[in-house]
Design a binder for this molecule. Structure first.
Ligand SMILES: [Ca+2]
Length: 561
C-alpha cells in the first residue's frame, strides 16, 4: 500500500469526488426498518483516571490515561499519529485460560464519541498492536480497540519483507496462545471493550464493528463463525481464513521458484516479464484495454510462450523449466498422494505481489512460522518439507484454531450481523479464488443468493496485491487504514457498513479510487466500481474508462473458471 495516501484526512477531496459522482447512487433501498435515531456525539461520564480501578470480568486494567488532542506516539513506537481528538487510552490484560495473557488497548474519545465501537485487526503471526489502524477510526469518532493476539513480538524489522518471520517460539508448547491468536483474543477484546465503554460513557455502544485485513480479515470471518453476536458489522479484507492451506501453497510455490532458478534480481525480472506478458494477453478480456486484468480467473496465458528460441537474447526470455514452474504456480496445489486440492494457484498478472513479499528471495516466512509451530521445531527451514506428510500435521495441529472455513453463518445472520468481505485478485498470500468459493459454500448452506446477500456480500478488487497496494487498479475505499476519497457510502466502506447495519441499506457497489501518483492531494486518477460477487464491473461501451459512471455491475462476462 502506498503510505502517501494514508497521510491525509479522508475529507480533503470530498468536494471533487462529489462533483465526479453526481447521480451515482450506490445502495439499495432500505429493506428493513432497523434504523435507530442518529447517535449524537457523547462525552465521557467519568474521568479516564477512574478506569484504573475498574473491575473487568477476566481481565485487569494496566493503565488508563488521558491523551491530549493532537499528536500521539504510543510507548514503544517511533510513529507519531497526528490529528487525534482527546482520548482515554486504556491498557488491559485478559486471561481467559491458564497460560493465556492477551494484551488489549482501547482508545476512547473523551468528548465527541459517535456512539460506536470499531475494532481493528492484526497481521501475519500477530504479536503486535496495530495503532496505525486504530488512529483512523479514532479520528472518525469511534471508540476503537486492538489486541496483540495473546503474545508479544518485536516490531517488524525495517527493510525486511512485510511478512518477515516473527518467529514461532511464542507458540511452541503454548497451546492456549495458539487459540488466542486464532480466534479468542478478538472475542476477549470486544468483550472487555464493551465493559469499559459502559463504565466510561455510562451507556452501551449503539453498534459494534470490526474492520481488518489479512490476519485481521481472518479475525473477522472467524469471529462471525465462532462468536456470532459480538459485532453488528464486520469488514474483512484479504482474509487469512484458509491459513494452513495458503501457507502450504506459498511454500510449494516458493520451492518451485527456487528450484527453477527464479531467484534474486534475475528472478524479479522473470516475474516482471511474466506479468507484462500475461497482462498483454488478457487485458482486453474484461472489455477495456486499460493495463489491468479485471478478473484473472479468465486469463489462460501460457508462460511457455516466453521460452527462449534459438539465438534469442536470454534477457528477454526464460528456460523451459522456468516456464513450467510459473505454469505450475498458476495451477491449484495438489497433494501428490491423495490427488486432493490443497489450495488455489496464483493469479496471472499478479506477479508484482510475489515480488513485494520477496518470494523470489526466500521461502515464505509466514509459511515457515506456521510449519515450525505445527512441527514443534523453531529452526525448521523447509528443507525436509514433504507436502503430503507435513500438510497433514499442519492441518491436525492448527486448522481448528487458525482456519476460518465453517460455511454455517446462520447464527451470525440470526444475530443480525452483516459481513462485508473484500478480496484482491492479485493476492499472493491468500490466493483469491478461495473467497468466491467460500461465498458459494455459504450461499448453498443458507438457501441461495438472496438469503445470503441480505447479510453477506463479497467485493473482489482487481489488480491489487494482498490487502490492496502495489497494483495498478484502484485501491482506496476507506478500508482498514486506507483513505476514502469521500465519506459517503458509495466511496467509503465504513459508511457503507454503517448504512447496512443501521439503516438496512445493503451496499450494491463500492467505488474504489486510484489517486494520481498514489497521493490523495494530487487528485483522482481513476475510479471503478467494485461489485458484489458474482457481479463484475462491466464497461458500458462508451465514455471515459477512468470514471466509475461508465461501468455497471453486471454478470455479463461470466464467471471464469
Ligand atoms: Ca483490462
Amino acid at each position: 500500500m502506498n503510505l502517501q495516501t494514508r497521510k491525509f484526512e479522508i475529507t480533503v477531496l470530498a468536494s471533487i469526488a462529489a462533483a465526479l459522482v453526481t447521480g451515482c447512487g450506490g445502495s439499495d433501498s432500505p429493506s428493513s426498518a432497523t434504523a435507530k435515531p442518529a447517535a449524537a456525539p457523547y462525552a465521557a461520564a467519568v474521568g479516564c483516571d477512574s478506569l484504573k480501578s475498574l473491575k473487568l470480568t477476566g481481565a485487569t486494567i494496566v493503565s488508563a490515561d488521558t491523551i491530549p488532542a493532537g499528536s500521539f506516539t504510543p510507548p514503544g513506537s517511533t510513529t507519531a499519529f497526528d490529528n487525534l481528538p482527546e482520548f482515554c487510552r486504556v491498557v488491559a490484560t485478559a486471561t481467559p485460560a491458564t497460560g493465556s495473557s492477551i494484551g488489549i488497548e482501547l482508545w476512547l474519545p473523551s468528548k465527541s464519541w459517535n456512539g460506536r465501537y470499531q475494532q481493528v485487526g492484526t497481521h501475519g503471526t500477530g504479536g503486535v498492536l496495530y495503532w496505525s489502524e486504530m488512529a483512523p477510526q479514532l479520528r472518525r469518532g469511534f471508540a476503537t480497540g486492538a489486541t496483540d493476539t495473546g503474545h508479544t513480538l518485536p516490531a517488524p524489522v525495517s527493510g525486511q519483507p512485510l511478512l518477515a518471520n516473527r518467529g514461532s517460539v511464542w507458540a511452541i508448547g503454548f497451546p492456549e496462545r495458539v487459540k488466542d491468536y486464532g480466534y479468542r483474543a478478538v472475542h476477549e477484546l470486544v468483550d472487555k471493550a464493551k465493559q469499559t465503554i459502559l463504565a466510561y460513557y455510562g451507556r452501551k455502544q449503539d453498534y459494534a464493528y470490526f474492520n481488518g485485513c489479512s490476519k485481521g480479515g481472518q479475525d473477522g470471518v472467524k469471529n462471525a463463525q465462532v462468536y456470532p453476536a459480538d459485532f453488528n458489522g464486520i469488514i474483512a479484507g484479504g482474509a487469512a481464513a484458509q491459513a494452513t492451506r495458503a501457507a502450504t501453497a506459498q511454500l510449494v510455490q516458493d520451492i518451485r521458484l527456487r528450484d527453477a532458478g527464479i531467484q534474486g534480481a534475475a528472478g524479479t525480472a522473470i516475474l516482471q516479464l511474466a506479468q507484462k506478458s500475461a497482462i498483454e494477453a488478457c487485458d482486453a478480456l474484461d472489455g477495456v484495454k486499460d493495463g489491468y486484468i479485471a478478473n484473472p480467473s479468465r486469463c489462460k496465458w501460457d508462460p511457455a510462450t516466453l521460452v527462449c528460441k534459438p539465438g534469442q537474447d536470454p534477457s528477454t526470455c526464460i528456460t523451459a523449466p522456468q516456464a513450467a514452474a510459473l505454469a505450475a504456480n498458476y495451477a491449484p496445489i495438489v497433494d501428490p498422494v491423495t490427488g486432493q486440492q490443497v489450495f488455489h494457484g496464483l493469479s496471472r498478472g499478479g506477479e508484482h505481489d510475489q515480488i513485494r513479499f520477496g518470494h523470489q528471495n526466500n521461502l515464505s516466512s509466514y509459511s515457515l512460522s506456521l510449519y515450525q509451530i505445527a512441527l514443534e521445531d523453531p529452526n525448521w527451514d523447509g528443507s525436509t518439507f514433504d507436502l503430503h506428510r507435513d500438510f497433514a500435521v499442519l492441518q491436525a495441529k492448527l486448522a481448528d484454531s487458525i482456519d476460518a472455513v465453517d460455511p454455517n453463518l446462520s447464527p451470525f445472520k440470526t444475530a443480525g450481523g452483516k459481513l462485508l468481505q473484500l478480496q484482491t485478485w492479485d493476492d499472493s498470500a491468500f490466493m483469491p479464488l478461495w473467497a468466491p468459493e467460500y461465498y458459494d459454500q455459504v450461499t448453498a448452506r443458507l438457501g441461495g443468493a438472496e438469503a445470503t446477500g441480505e447479510f453477506y456480500r463479497l467485493f473482489m478488487m482487481p489488480a491489487q496485491g494482498h490487502c490492496a497496494g502495489n497494483g495498478v487498479g484502484p485501491s482506496n475505499v476507506g478500508q482498514e487504514n486506507f483513505l476514502a476519497v469521500s465519506s459517503d457510502a458509495d466511496h467509503d466502506v465504513v459508511t457503507a457498513m454503517q448504512d447496512w447495519v443501521e439503516k438496512g441499506i445493503a451496499p450494491r457497489r463500492l467505488v474504489a479510487t486510484r489517486f494520481k501518483g498514489a497521493d490523495i492531494s494530487s487528485g483522482i486518477d481513476l475510479q471503478r466500481p467494485l461489485c458484489p460477487y458474482p457481479l463484475e464491473a462491466v464497461y458500458k461501451g462508451s465514455g471515459d474508462t477512468t470514471q466509475a459512471e461508465n461501468f455497471t455491475c453486471s454478470a455479463a462476462l461470466g464467471t471464469g473458471n
